[in-house]
Design a protein around this ligand. Structure first.
Ligand code: UGA
Length: 462
């Protein structure tokens, strides 16, 4: 059986390593951050991800090892996944220097046939560059293939996305490498894993077993960027439609249900709000835009996607100002800091950007997030008061702001919220409630792409 090395223990690397161990492989997960390696060895789980603690408990020191030595991992494994970061540069391009240095080190230690597989999101041509760098680095005549096997996991559901994928994309330019990857994923593609008694529970609406799509390496690289750009475009599209809804008095929730029911369009990723965030969409749309530019194609559509996304936050800021008039000295209760629910990740979070803006305009912010408090405290320090829960956050506030779609924020005790707030104003950037139910509780409710609840209601209760 193949022994697998996964280089990088971030979201993608750690989840992939744990899931390959779950599929029965002996895996070594390598990181050059020795403190992180030590923490992983001690049993710490650095990210908030459902089922990851269970998988790490199950496989740590059995089928899954953590190591700081890439050289040793290369020597002992014939299959090497690269899952290191590809952060954005100032011009939007992805910074591939970590990928390059990993490729060099693999070449320096190569001792037999290796398949090097890109799992990080990388621009088209990266597989060519890896091949080139390796050939330039080593004078040992060793055979190797470079494969692109992009990952489509979402934070929060990363483990189930890995084990129950919609599709597995393998971009391999040789039959030998394609067959090896077919073999590695066979527990999923043959359905063997799904028959196991202690499998990770299956999510709703999955089509099993997943399909494997074998392409060229370049096509696979493009599939990843194009998928993320398309999803981001869907979100920006519905946000633009939401803005029209506000102008004409229509309801975006009704409109997106109607539009999304067309099976050619699909209802997912049509939720209007304060725009997309996270470590992927903002970075990948900009990187894809830069790749297109580099190849000589002016992909202006993506500029619009980014512009609408940015505008969406500014529009929400305007709504806050309209509801509260002036912000200086106002006490605002913020629910949600993560870039979306079910994660502690605050990278490119629209909620964080909005809080920064509120603070800049002199508001006093009290905030709560079920998982992202620790990370948020690192950003805001004592500029924001962090509380233990929703109702404590709302106590005495001039308005409540819902900025992240956590499940627990969609089932609040509205009567209690009304009692806690100084003024009965709720601004919801995630459309978790209907204007009607907010009105019933005497709350002035402002959301996205829908009419605000009537002001006379506010006059009656305050
Ligand atoms: C995204 C993709 O969904 C994954 O398929 C991909 O593998 C991943 O990027 C990646 O490239 O690594 P992720 O960033 O974890 O996953 O989060 P999403 O669930 O896609 O949400 C991204 C942002 O869009 C969030 O801020 C979310 O609140 C927002 N969103 C999502 C909306 O505003 N409306 C929607 O309808 C859906």
């Amino acid at each position: 059986m193949n022994k697998i090395a996964v280089v990088g223990s971030g979201y993608v690397g750690l989840v992939a390593a744990a899931c390959f161990a779950e599929l029965g492989y002996s895996v070594v997960c390598v990181d050059n951050d020795l403190e992180r390696v030590a923490a992983l060895r001690r049993g710490e789980v650095p990210i908030h991800e459902q089922f990851l603690p269970e998988l790490l408990d199950r496989h740590r020191n059995v089928r899954l090892q953590f190591s700081g030595s890439l050289a040793e991992a290369v020597k002992s494994c014939s299959v090497i996944f690269i899952a290191v970061g590809t952060p954005p540069k100032d011009n939007g391009e992805a910074d591939l220097s970590y990928v390059e240095s990993v490729a060099r080190e693999i070449a320096q230690n190569i001792n037999g046939y290796k398949v090097i597989i890109e799992k990080s999101t990388v621009p088209v041509y990266t597989s060519d560059w890896i091949r080139r760098v390796m050939l330039l680095t080593t004078d040992v005549q060793c055979d190797f293939d470079v494969v692109s096997n992009p990952e489509f996991l979402r934070e929060g559901t990363a483990v189930t996305d890995f084990l129950y994928p919609d599709r597995i994309v393998v971009g391999a330019d040789t039959r030998r490498a394609a067959d090896l990857l077919r073999d590695i994923y066979s527990p999923l593609t043959t359905g063997k894993y799904y028959a196991s008694v202690d499998k990770i529970p299956e999510p709703d609406d999955v089509n099993l077993p997943p399909r494997m799509i074998v392409t060229t390496a370049k096509s696979a690289e493009l599939i990843k960027h194009a998928s993320n750009a398309f999803l981001a475009m869907k979100i920006s599209f519905i946000n633009a439609v939401a803005n029209i809804c506000e102008e004409v008095g229509a309801d975006i929730e009704q409109v997106s249900t109607g539009v999304g029911s067309d099976s050619r369009i699909g209802g997912r990723f049509l939720r209007a709000g304060i725009g997309y965030g996270g470590s992927c969409f903002p970075k990948d749309v900009a990187a894809f835009r830069a790749v297109a530019q580099e190849c000589g194609y002016d992909f202006g559509l993506l500029d619009e996607v980014m512009k609408i996304n940015e505008n969406q936050r500014n529009r929400f800021m305007k709504k806050i100002r309209t509801a509260l008039w002036t912000l200086k000295g106002k006490k605002l209760a913020v629910l949600g800091l993560a870039f979306k629910g079910r994660t502690d990740d605050i990278r490119e979070s629209p909620a964080i950007a909005l809080v920064e803006q509120l603070l800049a305009e002199g508001a006093i912010v009290t905030a709560y997030d079920p998982a992202a408090m620790k990370r948020s405290k690192e950003v805001f320090g004592d500029r924001v008061t962090f509380t233990e829960g929703v109702y404590q956050t709302a106590a005495g506030a001039d308005a409540l702001l819902i900025l992240t779609d956590w499940d627990e924020f969609s089932s609040l005790d509205l009567k209690h919220i009304r009692q806690q707030l100084r003024y009965p104003i709720v601004l919801d950037g995630r459309n978790l409630y209907s204007p009607e139910e907010m009105e019933e509780h005497g709350l002035l409710y402002v959301s996205v792409g829908r009419r605000p609840s009537a002001l006379k209601q506010l006059a009656k209760v305050s």
